[in-house]
Design a protein around this ligand. Structure first.
Ligand SMILES: [Zn+2]
Ligand SMILES: [Zn+2]
Length: 449
């Protein structure tokens, strides 16, 4: 079954999904508008959802100039009672306790809803406050820089450390192409990086299906495939920030975000390349260094992930010696020690608590090895859509995106650590786990470094 979205007066219409994959699919109740010059319609879009009349409008000094002031004027003119919460910063806005506090203090007991004007940080700040005060919220996006507009998790900073907090989705997302196409080029590069990561997410998901009989949704995979292909085929116009290029990119990001809601988790859109990005962010924050933007980190993670896939596809399986693998397995104690080395005591314990099934007994590991050995042809055939690392590097260079860790301030030592620890960030099955279970991860890491 092929999935096609259509538009009615710039409103995205998502078709009913019936695929029998095993997930129960819910079509999210979000009004997504994508179109040129649609910002002036925002009052009408909001009225349709009957959320009340009194709102707090959240923007930073940049997004306020780009679109926030206009939204404020339109809403006031329409009779809404608007309180402006302008998050003024000299540097880039951070989604931290100060920003959250400012938004909270701009609210009153009778505030009906919130409107965020911005991209990643403004959305996450607005999302978290809205969720915890039980208010609906609206987002007017200003950049096609990440797939998190529809997310139900807010990545925030607390005491300078990253925390992921449960949150809610916006009721309305307004993507005015005329606004988004004026975003700076690095934000486009970031958006494309986030889309490219979906190649890895899809490949790892299919690998999980073959090796562990994981539930796999072909419709969601199809949505993602269309989105990624569309971006890859239009790198040129995306790079030049044309209206059509901007539309293709934001549509891909929104659709990727919507599959998360359809499946109920981020399996279709995030895998080891995102884990690498999270690991870099965590370590950079620890060192009080600047973190690479999400999509740019994901793009670089995608290149390295493809190198591990290339290594896996070229393996000589006759080398696999199960006795040897069994002998070299980490004990549970060694595993725990390694987790704590990578993530620190507190985070390691939290990760292990959330992923109790992650430590395999030998019987399960052997079953997985046997599955790889007996179905390698099928694996290669199923994953042949993956570009090689070289092809990916070529496309990304064309876009002007960084393709190596050193370009985003990750040194060789941190890169090695990342390769050793990224797979343990969550129990989600990835090619890193395949290689680890085959006893070959260390060799692959050294070869790729
Ligand atoms: Zn992402
Ligand atoms: Zn499905």
């Amino acid at each position: 079954m092929s999935f096609k979205v259509t538009y009615e007066n710039n409103k995205m219409i998502i078709p009913e999904i019936s695929c029998g994959c095993g997930f129960s699919h819910a079509i999210p109740d979000i009004d997504v508008y994508i179109g040129r010059g649609i910002l002036p319609e925002c009052a009408g879009y909001i009225r349709k959802r009957n959320m009340g009349n009194k709102l707090v409008l959240v923007a930073d000094n940049i997004t306020y100039e780009v679109a926030g002031r206009k939204v404020e004027e339109i809403l006031r003119e329409d009779g809404f009672q608007v309180t402006l919460c302008l998050l003024e910063r000299e540097e880039e806005l951070k989604p931290d306790e100060t920003a959250l506090g400012e938004v909270l203090l701009a609210m009153d007991a009778d505030t009906d809803f919130l409107v965020g004007v911005g991209s990643g940080s403004v959305t996450d700040i607005t999302r978290y406050v809205a969720f915890n005060t039980g208010r609906p919220f609206v987002i007017a996006g200003t950049a096609a820089s990440m797939d998190g507009y529809t997310s139900v998790v807010a990545p925030l900073l607390f005491n300078g450390q990253k925390v992921n907090k449960p949150s809610s989705c916006p009721v309305i997302i307004i993507c005015d192409i005329d606004v988004m196409m004026t975003a700076p080029k690095p934000m486009f590069v970031s958006g494309v990086g986030d889309v490219l990561g979906k190649y890895i997410a899809k490949a790892d998901w299919l690998l999980g299906r073959i090796i562990n009989d994981e539930i796999y949704c072909p419709v969601c995979a199809d949505i993602i495939t269309q989105a990624v292909d569309n971006c890859m085929n239009n790198i040129d116009i995306i790079k030049n920030r044309t209206p059509e290029g901007t539309r293709i990119l934001i549509e891909a990001l929104i659709l990727a975000g919507i599959t998360i809601l359809i499946v109920g988790n981020t399996r279709p859109v995030a895998s080891i390349e995102h884990n690498m990005g999270h690991y870099w962010e965590m370590k950079k924050l620890e060192r009080k260094e600047e973190t690479p933007s999400h999509g740019i980190a994901v793009g670089v993670g995608t290149v390295y992930s493809l190198k591990f896939f290339d290594y896996f596809f070229n393996l000589d399986l006759s080398r696999i010696d199960k006795e040897e693998i069994r002998k070299n397995r980490l004990t549970r104690e060694e595993r725990i020690k390694k987790m704590k080395e990578g993530y620190g005591e507190k985070i390691a314990e939290a990760i292990m608590r959330e992923n109790p099934e992650d430590f395999l007994d030998w019987e399960e590991q052997e079953r997985r090895i046997d599955r790889v050995l007996s179905r390698m042809d099928e694996i290669k055939d199923t994953l042949k859509f993956l570009p090689s690392a070289e092809e990916m590097i070529k496309s990304m260079k064309e876009l002007g995106a960084p393709v190596s860790a050193s370009e985003i301030g990750i040194d060789q030592e941190l890169l090695r650590d990342t390769f050793h620890h990224a797979k343990d960030y969550r129990s989600r099955y990835t090619v890193f786990k395949t290689l680890d279970e085959l006893g070959l991860l260390n060799e692959a890491i050294e070869k790729i470094l």
